[in-house]
Ligand binder design. Structure first.
Ligand code: CUA
Length: 338
């Protein structure tokens, strides 16, 4: 079977099957799946185009050829039956759909079965950010992976259904709250590739953009070692600023004074805010901590609670850095809690 297919692939031409160069309108081919996925895609596309053209052309020709004319009012005699023709138009499509099934199924099984030695990274999706958790506990909002090594993602969602989509790798998989889904790939070459959410998950859906950064294996190991303790090397408010960006806070909480899905963090330290239940709260250490761990408990007036809890995602130390960062953004207390 494979021999027939590879000879077919040869006929298919260098334009559909060659190397890792992107073909025509398709994205870059940056994973080992890309070539096979493109092959099946092109095969189905061109078979469909061929039959579309053939059928429409025949249809037009028949309409013209057999139209009613002044000199031909009666219906013409036509043969009832043509065994050769009927066999031809049944057998050829059967072969074609069997090929499509074989290729599609083979590719699907390959994509569903990660190699045993795959490098594992945990993924948590939440409104509206991606968190990638590495084996040493480090969490980043970008997906860093080693090149030429199989990587398995074990994924879940904190709230609604999201879908992790990396077009250049030709992989896409839903993340469902309350269960784990898996996906794997092998990146071919170092570089940066786009990563999207492909499931409409709410008003911040379009903000769920991230990157896959593919590094050479040695570089990746070095990066992971370095990244694991980057927070300790920064002053607290800088560490908080990094966390604000890397843990997805920035998607909802701006630092320029504009309200987003959540309130801005600019100039709120020490301010007294009115809550939706009519009470008031002073923005201090305890209030910020509570808002991170139990976002639904007290909600600022003018907002609805859309925030997932960060319990188990942010450590006490990290919450401390975030508090230092919010302090540094100013407010009536000028960095001091009243
Ligand atoms: Cu998450 Cu769309």
């Amino acid at each position: 079977m494979n021999q027939i297919l590879s000879s077919l692939a040869a006929i298919w031409g260098p334009w559909a099957q060659s190397g890792s160069q992107p073909y025509f309108w398709l994205p870059d081919r940056a994973s080992t799946f890309a070539r096979d996925v493109d092959w099946v895609f092109n095969f189905i596309l061109y078979v469909s185009l061929f039959f579309f053209a053939l059928i429409v052309a025949l249809m037009c020709w028949f309409v013209l050829r057999y139209r009613r004319r002044p000199d031909r009012q009666e219906v013409e005699e036509s043969p009832h039956h043509n065994t050769a023709l009927e066999l031809l138009w049944s057998v050829i499509p059967v072969i074609l759909v069997c090929l499509m099934f074989y290729y599609g199924f083979e590719g699907y099984m390959d994509m569903r079965t990660p190699p045993r030695d795959a490098y594992e990274i945990n993924v948590i999706a939440k409104k509206w950010a991606w968190l990638f958790k590495y084996p040493n506990g480090y969490v980043d909002d970008k997906l860093y992976v080693p090149a030429a090594e199989p990587v398995r993602l074990v994924m879940t969602s904190d709230d609604v259904i999201h879908s992790l989509y990396i077009p250049d790798f030709r992989v896409k998989q839903d993340l469902v709250p309350g269960r784990y889904t898996k996906m794997w790939f092998k990146a071919i070459k170092p570089g940066e590739y786009s990563l999207f959410c492909a499931e409409y998950c709410g008003s911040g859906h379009a903000d769920m953009l991230s990157k896959v950064v593919v590094l050479e294996a040695a570089e990746f190991a070095a990066w992971l070692r370095e990244a694991g303790d980057f927070l300790k090397k920064l002053p607290p408010e800088k560490a908080g600023e990094e966390l604000h960006r890397r843990r997805g806070c920035a998607q909802c909480h701006s630092v320029d004074g504009k309200a987003g899905t959540g309130p801005t963090l600019l100039g709120i330290w020490g301010e007294t805010h009115r809550m939706t239940d009519g009470s008031t709260a002073v923005v201090d250490e305890n209030y910020v901590r509570e808002s991170i761990l139990e976002p639904g408990k007290r909600i600022r007036e003018g907002f609805v609670n859309q925030m997932p809890t960060f319990k188990g995602v942010l450590s006490d130390e990290e919450i401390g850095y975030l508090i230092a960062y919010i302090k540094s953004l100013g407010g009536s207390a000028k960095g001091e809690s009243p």
